[in-house]
Ligand binder design. Structure first.
Ligand SMILES: O=C(O)C(=O)Cc1ccccc1
Length: 311
């Protein structure tokens, strides 16, 4: 049976390149206007999965994704993918570089090429695009006059839409990587691989000294290592934050469950956002005293006490 995959479109985005790494060959593709629409397609059961950007090595977390994952009906991350992001400046065939007055692209792409533009086209202004390939397609297909003459997109998109590369290698950081995730509706949680990651969103306990430390202690007390933590405003008033966190380990592991139970007891909001294999497949180091076996043995000891078998 074919599955339907939503992504940030149109064809030619970095998101589509990420999707190609995880989707089956016969997947039906559903290009969307923005990240929120792609995730809603999964909630509405129009799509089985969505592939969306979550973190960039230059810009950090992708807020549209981090916030949307906790905004409405629950979704979970099933897999992660990294895509090296390389940009070209492209225009309609025959466009000369010194004629470029305005450039359109996705805000994340603009942020990653700003230095090059400042140096090489200091007069050029920026026109926000919904993705890197949306303005590329518009340049190629629109008969109307556009408010820009060039786009920043990946070399494949320039080729796909028949645009001419006016300059290559325009990224300020040539090693930039964006991490994308495959998102699905929640189901029975799969088995751990030993090299897994778990994503969650937590609202710290109420405003008081040490609240953040107390939250972090839930992880450190169980030997659970954090690989990413970012604060996001809750949105209803100034000064209220929740934390988007990646931890090393799987929700089927005892120490991760113990940390989740601790958070649930002490924090106003905790949302599980998926346990999935780590991109680098590096096995998680489990500190002494926090393995599943350690928990099972300790629980059996308490059971013995309760049954009067141990004093
Ligand atoms: O617009 C795209 O091509 C995307 O997939 C979003 C994006 C934009 C810039 C860097 C990484 C991802």
């Amino acid at each position: 049976m074919t599955s339907t995959w939503a992504f940030l479109g149109p064809s030619g985005t970095f998101c589509e390149m990420a999707l190609q790494q995880v989707a089956p060959d016969n997947a039906r593709l559903e290009p969307c206007q923005d990240v929120a629409t792609a995730l809603d397609r999964v909630r509405e059961r129009v799509a089985d999965s969505a592939v969306v950007p979550i973190e960039n090595s230059v810009e950090g977390g992708v807020n549209a994704t981090l916030d949307n994952l906790v905004a409405s009906a629950p979704l979970v991350i099933a897999a992660e993918v990294a895509v090296p992001v390389t940009f070209v400046l492209a225009g309609r065939p025959g466009t000369s570089l010194d004629r470029v007055r305005a450039i359109s692209t996705h805000p994340h792409a603009w942020a990653q090429c700003r230095g090059w533009v400042h140096l090489n086209l200091p007069e050029a202004s920026y026109v926000a695009g919904t993705s890197t390939s949306a303005p590329a397609r518009a340049l190629a297909e629109s008969d109307d006059p556009l408010s820009f003459e060039a786009v920043l997109c990946n070399p494949l998109a320039a080729q796909r839409y028949g645009l001419e590369v006016l300059a290559g290698g325009v990224a300020d950081n040539p090693d930039a990587v964006t991490r994308f995730v495959q998102v699905t509706r929640p189901g029975r949680v799969g088995e751990p691989t030993g090299a897994d990651k778990t994503t969650l969103m937590v609202q710290a306990p109420h405003d008081r000294a040490g609240a953040l430390l107390d939250m972090l202690e839930q992880f450190s007390a169980r030997g659970v290592n954090l690989s990413r933590i970012e604060s996001r405003p809750v949105g209803d008033s100034l000064g209220r934050y929740r934390f988007s966190i990646d931890v090393e380990g799987h929700i089927r592991e005892e120490r991760v469950q113990a940390a989740f139970i601790g958070l649930h007891r002490t924090c106003p909001m905790v949302r599980f956002l998926g346990s999935y294999p780590r991109l680098d497949a590096r096995p998680v180091v489990v500190p002494a005293g926090t393995s599943d076996k350690d928990f099972i043995v300790a629980r059996a000891w308490v059971a013995d006490i309760l049954a009067g078998r141990t004093i």
